[in-house]
Ligand binder design. Structure first.
Ligand SMILES: [Fe+2]
Length: 252
């Protein structure tokens, strides 16, 4: 695991250019990969005592966003809609660098499939139990760490615009986005018009968490309260926050 972590760090550092703003984005994604590995490990420990599964979950977390570096160098954005699907790019990098070659082919596929599913709107139906667990766990770990990243950004605004998909940072929410959240539906990326919409989209992720340990992460880190303080005022806001808080509490 240490060896793979080292390879990821060296690979990511190879994308540093000396341009401060660009390098910040590379380091942000590098640290995100490292943190998602930690969270994925923690989540797997909550459902399995098998050290082998722990290592696989950590590996999936570590590599899940490895496509981000090529994406950023080529397109200068993390918005898939404006570039390419970063999980597909990532699996290509994993194959080119043979990063999973020490694992049996079944486990290689398990990890790559989980990576390919981590940024889809939903987990496809009909997956085998283990494939479903890895997909569910990786999606949760990613969301848990993205909250860390965006809250740090909302709490200490800087010039980094790419964590918010280059959307305009204005205190307006779109009715479609509010309505989706009210109905506990996922918010479609195509409906996002402002950073405030993006925050609501991230709140809707709470309904998409899979593992009980993930809900506990949200409570331990006070994610809902913290995100709530960065929302503008709009009609129905308190209802949405209360609905989310009740939902989280019910999952414990
Ligand atoms: Fe990702």
């Amino acid at each position: 695991m240490d060896k793979l972590r080292q390879r990821l760090i060296e690979y990511a550092d190879g994308f540093l250019t000396g341009n401060r703003d660009e390098d910040l984005m590379i380091l942000l994604k590098r640290d995100h990969c490292l943190q998602v590995a930690e969270v994925a490990l923690e989540l797997m420990k909550s459902v399995s005592e098998d050290p082998y599964e722990h290592r696989l979950a950590e590996t999936a977390g570590l590599l899940h966003d490895i496509g981000r570096f090529v994406q950023y160098r080529k397109y200068r954005t993390f918005a898939d809609a404006k570039s390419e699907n970063h999980s597909v790019l990532g699996v290509r990098v994993i194959d080119e660098m043979a990063l999973l070659s020490e694992l049996p082919s079944g486990e290689q596929k398990l990890i790559k499939d989980a990576i390919l599913m981590h940024n889809r709107a939903a987990i496809p139906d009909g997956l085998a139990e283990r494939a479903h667990l890895y997909a569910a766990l990786l999606r949760d770990a990613d969301k848990i760490d993205i909250y860390r990243v965006v809250l740090e950004y909302y709490e200490n605004p800087s010039s980094i615009g790419s964590v918010t998909l280059d959307l305009p940072d204005i205190p307006e929410v779109s009715p479609d986005v509010v309505e989706a959240l009210r109905q506990r539906h996922p918010v479609r990326m195509a409906d996002l018009r402002t950073v405030s919409d993006f925050k609501l989209c991230q709140l809707a992720w709470i309904y998409d968490l899979n593992l009980p340990r993930s809900h506990r992460f949200f409570l331990e880190r006070a994610y809902l309260e913290r995100m709530g303080t960065h929302l503008p005022e709009f009609s129905g806001k308190n209802f949405l926050i209360t609905q989310l808080a009740d939902f989280l509490a019910s999952r414990l």
